[in-house]
Ligand binder design. Structure first.
Ligand code: FPP
Ligand code: MG
Length: 326
């Protein structure tokens, strides 16, 4: 069963709202490359994890989810997709979900502008919520988006930095991945008038889930084939990303010098050698244990929310994240 089915969420409704974000913009001709690229990208079958989190969050509110919740869920996907456009340019990635990345199709300049427009469109959309009680809405378009950019910057700043600390790795992962997920659950809850305490617990749950998600992603770079990843294995290593498995492997006195030799000019054979060494070490098992620890933290938060019938949906999310192979 698909995740949205298990959660009993109508994906068509979310997809329609995402489409509206472009087609209802009177300043953008529907046949333009801008509109068409966004429609293609947002229609290309992502799992809609973040929109689903917004809807699940809303189930902890005092009133049923309405149009605002749906708009927030569409906004979350828009921000996510915009960030992936830029991420693929930064990572020099040719493939996204097995298809050519946007910048490969349009050129880098157009792709940058398309990503910027998508991000700005969300600010425009959410700026109509001006009341004091509506402030939380802007967490998605302002705080969460700044954190994404900051996380990506921290990653770039520490490319090939083999002295990166565990704390720096965790902070970058939190900014880049976990806080958007946390915000999705929180704004979903507040859009349905949950208490601030419940919204905070959901935020903490989303953060723990997101940390586990990013660590799993980092492990997959070592364990999965290019077919499954939709990009070559070892991409993180090649781009100098010092992920959790690399940090653990660096603790091994024999492995460390081999890893430290990897730089921007390393050959595919050098990368393959390090991939093999990390796979043969205990680094992946140790990383998996950290990921499991975050899932356990998330499970403990579900316990605290067990008086809400919707806590069952959090367990569905947990199971999905625990069994994720991409
Ligand atoms: C995927 O990373 C990328 C992110 C989680 C965030 C990227 C954010 C930016 C580029 C900032 C720009 C943001 C906006 C809103 C314009 P990854 O390379 O680890 O994952 P991948 O395997 O999916 O590429
Ligand atoms: Mg990337």
């Amino acid at each position: 069963m698909k995740l949205h089915e298990a959660l009993n969420i109508d994906l068509n409704e979310i997809n329609r709202e995402i489409k509206n974000l472009v087609t209802h913009d009177k300043d953008v001709p529907k046949k333009s490359q801008l509109a068409q690229s966004i429609l293609e990208l947002t229609g290309s079958g992502g799992k809609r994890l973040r929109p689903l989190m917004v809807i699940v969050g809303s189930r902890f509110g005092l009133r049923p989810a309405g149009r605002r919740t749906l708009q927030l869920s569409a906004a979350a996907e828009f921000i996510h997709v915009a960030s992936l456009i830029h991420d693929d340019i930064i990572d020099n990635a040719e493939l996204r979900r097995g298809e050519p990345a946007l910048h490969i199709k349009t050129g880098i300049l157009s792709a940058v502008h398309i990503g910027n427009y998508m991000s700005a469109r969300i600010i425009e959309l959410l700026s109509k919520y001006t009341g004091d009680k509506d402030r939380y809405v802007h967490d998605l378009s302002s705080v969460a988006t700044s954190q994404l950019c900051l996380g990506e910057y921290q990653q770039l700043e520490h490319a090939f930095d083999y002295d990166l600390t565990l704390e720096q790795y965790l902070e970058k992962s939190r900014n880049k991945t976990a806080l958007l997920m946390a915000t999705c659950l929180r704004v979903g809850a507040l859009s349905a008038e949950s208490s601030t305490e419940t919204a905070q617990l959901l935020y903490d749950f989303g953060e723990a889930l997101g940390m586990s998600f990013q660590i799993q992603d980092d492990i997959l770079d070592f364990t999965q084939s290019a077919d499954v990843l939709g990009k070559p294995a070892g991409s993180d290593l090649r781009h100098g990303q010092v992920t959790l498995p690399v940090l653990f492997a660096l603790e091994d006195a024999e492995l460390a010098p081999v890893i430290r030799r990897i730089g921007p000019g390393s050959s595919p054979a050098d990368i393959e050698q390090v991939l093999e060494l990390v796979r043969a070490s205990d680094a992946l098992t140790r990383s998996e244990a950290v990921s499991q620890d975050y899932l356990a933290r998330a499970a403990a938060i579900v316990e605290q929310l067990s008086s809400f019938p919707a806590h069952a949906d959090l367990n569905i999310l947990l199971e999905y994240f625990a069994g994720r192979d991409r």
